[in-house]
Design a protein around this ligand. Structure first.
Ligand SMILES: [Zn+2]
Length: 452
């Protein structure tokens, strides 16, 4: 886009807008508000909380560039942009750190309190604090947790379990089965990765769930065939492969979300569902822009599915945000005023996947030629070969990622989290309560209000 054309086009749109009355600033949450005014009396029956783990504002901006149609003057709105309502503060209440981790932030969004990093819905006295999912179950509603990480990872864990540490994976998985509310299991639909933690030497939770009437599924096909309202789906030993690395037998986040909605929406008392795009964060930690955009796309598609459901339903409140940002992802780097999505789109698999193939014995040239549509420069090839010679997976993974980051104009400043505010999106009858600058605890506290 050349600047001059831009300016002329903008002036034209402004003039045309004022003359014939077109609004050029289609407001963000208007669709939600329209619902409010269109005959459902603003009643919330179902609540869907979506969390893009690590999805700070640079990720949603980069995703907009990725989605841009280069043949039009304006940069089109993404599914996120259409429902933007504000920003959220994410700081934890931790004696040593003031940038949050996923556990503390998820506790804030699930239980409405600030706590220390690593806490799974316990407060600073290590006492359990009730969550919105538990509140929904107490009200007789159906409940679900969907994630692309292991389902007992920090974010889903904070909704369905209580633990002094996010690292107690086995105990968290046990909680999903053992903690009963009114004689029932807390979570009706559990979908994600994590067979390692459910099928263990000391305990087989899969059998426990099956004995209590849950349908257990392990592939896309089985998931799509499910007709049971209690469902456990585990599709990987730990986290699912990244979206662009997945085989057809591994479901997308959209597939899992659709399957969850199908069952949960049959409960006449309504439902609570948490859906997490878990690995945007993992891509950020690895400073890998290709994986980050792969996971953004997976998450965006799940959001589209959720919005469609909510539009049809009319009594569903959707709120989507991030727990924090990861990696210090920047759109533009090294003084250059350019972000080039084509460099990222050239990868058909993640650098992680390619690094694995090379580690497994394939040649660097073969792997790059097979999965990347641009030609590597001699310098780029040399940097990857040099990394491959060190026999360290992370070094190789980093070297491949860096070629894409450099070509795309993506910078990273840390392998950890950053403390910047995160975007908030909403759709449904009560979307306005999430607008402006809110605190991450407001997410839970407003949802508690809907569930009353
Ligand atoms: Zn993280």
């Amino acid at each position: 886009m050349r600047k001059k054309v831009w300016v002329i086009a903008t002036i034209f749109m402004l003039v045309a807008g004022s003359v014939i009355g077109i609004s050029t600033t289609n407001t963000s949450a208007d669709s939600g508000k329209q619902k409010h005014n269109s005959g459902n009396n603003g009643k919330v029956k179902n609540v869907i909380v979506m969390i893009g783990d690590g999805m700070g504002p640079a990720y949603t901006t980069a995703y907009r560039y990725m989605q841009d149609d280069p043949f039009t003057m304006q940069m089109e709105k993404t599914i996120f942009d259409k429902h933007f309502v504000g920003m959220a503060k994410t700081y934890p209440e931790d004696s040593e750190e003031n940038v949050t981790d996923s556990a503390a932030a998820a506790t804030s969004m699930a239980a409405g309190i600030k706590t220390y990093n690593g806490a799974i819905s316990v407060d600073n006295d290590k006492e359990p604090v009730g969550t919105v999912l538990e509140s929904a179950k107490k009200n007789g509603m159906a409940t679900g947790l969907v994630a692309t990480s292991q389902v007992n990872h920090a974010t889903p864990a904070a909704f369905g379990a209580h633990d002094v540490s996010r690292h107690n994976y086995n105990d968290i998985a046990d909680d999903y089965f053992d903690d009963m509310i009114n004689g029932k299991h807390k979570v009706d639909v559990i979908l994600g990765g994590g067979t390692t933690y459910f099928d263990r030497e000391d305990r087989n939770l899969i059998n426990d769930f099956k004995e209590d009437g849950y349908n257990y599924v392990t592939s896309t096909e089985e998931l799509l065939e499910n007709e049971n309202d209690q469902l456990l789906g585990l599709f990987a030993p730990v986290g699912l492969p990244k979206a662009i690395d997945r085989k057809e037998s591994t479901p997308s986040l959209e597939d899992m979300t659709t399957a969850a909605l199908e069952q949960l929406s049959q409960d006449k008392d309504g439902f609570f569902l948490m859906v997490e795009g878990s690995q945007i964060d993992w891509a950020g930690h690895a400073n890998d822009s290709v994986s980050a955009m792969s996971e953004m796309e997976d998450f965006a598609r799940a959001f589209e599915t959720v919005i469609e459901f909510a539009k049809e339903n009319g009594h569903t409140q959707v709120v989507l945000t991030a727990d924090h940002s990861t990696g210090g992802f920047s759109v533009g780097r090294d003084g250059a005023y350019n972000f080039n999505p084509e460099a990222i789109k050239a990868a058909e698999r993640t650098p992680e996947f390619m690094a694995q193939e090379i580690t497994d014995g394939e040649s660097v040239e073969d792997v790059l030629a097979e999965y990347v549509s641009f030609d590597f420069t001699d310098e780029e090839l040399a940097s990857i070969k040099e990394a491959a010679s060190k026999n360290d997976f992370d070094t190789l993974y980093g070297a491949i990622s860096e070629v894409f980051n450099n070509r795309a104009g993506v910078g990273f400043t840390t392998s950890g989290h950053t403390g910047i505010d995160v975007p908030v999106y909403a759709y449904g009858p009560k979307s306005e309560v999430f607008s402006g600058l809110i605190d991450n605890t407001d997410i839970a506290n407003e949802v508690f209000g809907f569930l009353k």
